[in-house]
Every structure is written in structure tokens, then in C-alpha cells.
Design a protein around this ligand. Structure first.
Ligand SMILES: [Zn+2]
Length: 276
């Protein structure tokens, strides 16, 4: 996920919103769409109003002249006739970009709104700040921003081999690059060294930035790196890792889907090593 071309983000809800504005409405973690999950459309505010779907609004921004709004319907709202609801992953194939990217952005705003109604420090009600996307405690002034959790991904190479691992959660036969969340006090590079060492017992050198991707499950920023092998033999200590191996370029296993940054990282690295 990313900021779509032509999209101007803003947190300031305009005083007047046209009925043609798009409403990214959530009931709990589920996106409510017009039509069906297989053939979804993002409803306009008029269509949501006519269906009696209303809730707190947060502005997302302007998509080439069309205002886009996140709407929190409350948990467990059943979609009325003509509407359907499902978790974001159900729309990966059916909702085209840029709508999918905006739905993922709206999901993170909705999740923040839902989980910061009360102050985490003193328990009083919070309110939205006007000057930024933040909630402020009405009693003690504590400020809570939407959470973004940096996570690193590392593809380690050794000559013309790639270090790929699989978690028991993966589809059978699928392997990917190593990944893990950044801990307080770490740089991304520190995190890569630690994660690769903890997960497979390998030392790395020359970490190099590749690209990043917002991942709304629920609030990650995936930061992808390549790195070179510097020592150690693969050792499987981490219960999260079911298997890890060095794969030659011409005998790669099943890889993650093309929408993932993991796949882009692997494909670009394979191309670079082949060109050597
Ligand atoms: Zn407070």
C-alpha cells in the first residue's frame, strides 16, 4: 500500500462535504461496500445516508477532486440490503487501486479511532485535535497518534543463493524473506542483524535499503532491505520459523504473491544477481 497518485491527504474535515464524496465505512475491522464482496463499490455519502449507515467521520483527503472520508459505524453493524461487509483482505483482488490503498489507509484511521476513545494514561475521554491527526485527553492532555509499527524485511544473499524461510502460517511450500518488528532503541540495520541472527543464526553485512510498503494489518510499515551473508550456518531456534534454506536462483520455492513487498524484493534481487 502507498499514497496513490493524485491523492492529497488531509486530516481537516471540510465544513461541507458533497453527497458524492466517497465513504470508507467500517464496522469494527470490516469494510462496508455497496454491491457484494466479489463486486464491490465504495459508496458515496448519499448512498450511505440513504441506507441509514452513519457514524463518526474522519477526513482522509482528496482523490482528484473527490473528497474521501472514513466513517466508523460501530462494531457489529449488519450491512443492509445492497451492501456487504468483509475484512480488507477479502478485497485485495476485487477493489482496484487507488481505492484499495485508500481503504487500507481508512482502516488504520478507523482502528486508531476505535482504540483511542479513552486516554491510555488517565482513562478520561479523548477528543480529536484540530491541527493534526491526533487524539487529546480532555483531562490530562495526553496525545495519541495513529500507530505505525516499523517492521523490517531482509533478503540475505550468498553469491547466487537466497536465504528464504517459511513460517508454519504460510501456505504449504511457500518461502519468503525474513521479517520482524523493530524494538525500542534499534535502528533498522540493528533490527536486521538481530532478527537474522535470532531467526536463523546467520550473520550479515552490507544491509541496503530496497523499498517500503504500508501494510494495514493492522498498522505496519514494512521496510525492505537486502543484505549479504557474512558468516554462520543456518540454525533453526525460533519456533516461528519452520524451515530456512539457501536456494539457488534456478531452484526457487513457491514465493509470496506479487502484491507483497516480499515478492518485489525477491524478484528484483534475482534479476540483479542474474545480470552479474
Ligand atoms: Zn488523560
Amino acid at each position: 500500500m502507498h499514497t496513490p497518485p493524485g491523492f492529497a491527504p488531509s486530516h481537516r474535515l471540510p465544513a461541507v462535504l458533497p453527497g458524492t464524496a466517497l465513504g470508507f465505512a467500517f464496522s469494527g475491522p470490516k469494510l462496508v461496500v455497496r454491491g457484494s464482496v466479489a463486486a464491490p463499490a465504495i459508496p458515496t455519502l448519499d448512498e450511505l445516508d440513504a441506507a441509514g449507515l452513519a457514524g463518526d467521520r474522519h477526513y482522509l483527503g482528496d482523490l482528484a477532486g473527490i473528497p474521501c472520508v472514513e466513517i466508523a459505524l460501530g462494531d457489529g453493524v449488519a450491512p443492509p440490503p445492497g451492501f456487504a461487509a468483509a475484512g480488507l483482505r477479502a478485497f485485495f483482488v476485487t477493489l482496484p487501486d487507488p481505492l484499495l490503498a485508500l481503504a487500507a489507509r481508512a482502516f488504520q484511521v478507523a482502528d486508531w479511532d476505535r482504540s483511542h476513545r479513552y486516554c491510555g494514561r488517565c482513562g478520561a475521554r479523548t477528543r480529536d485535535r484540530e491541527d493534526e491527526r491526533a487524539k487529546e485527553c480532555t483531562a490530562c492532555g495526553h496525545v495519541a497518534y495513529p500507530r505505525v509499527s516499523p517492521a523490517m524485511m531482509a533478503l540475505v544473499t550468498r553469491g547466487r543463493e537466497l536465504l528464504l524461510a517459511r513460517s508454519a502460517r504460510f501456505a504449504p511450500g511457500m518461502y519468503s524473506a525474513l521479517a520482524g518488528f523493530v524494538e525500542p532503541g534499534e535502528t533498522i540495520e540493528d533490527c536486521i542483524r538481530r532478527e537474522v541472527r535470532e531467526e536463523v543464526g546467520v550473520e550479515i553485512a552490507n544491509p541496503a535499503y530496497f523499498a517500503s510498503q504500508s501494510w494495514a494489518f493492522p498498522h505496519s510499515l514494512m521496510i525492505a532491505y537486502t543484505a549479504e551473508y557474512a558468516g554462520g550456518a543456518i540454525r533453526l531456534d525460533d519456533p516461528e520459523i519452520e524451515d530456512a534454506r539457501w536456494f539457488p536462483l534456478d531452484a526457487l520455492p513457491e514465493l509470496p504473491s506479487a502484491v507483497s513487498i516480499a515478492r518485489r524484493l525477491i524478484d528484483a534481487t534475482v534479476e540483479r544477481l542474474r545480470a552479474r
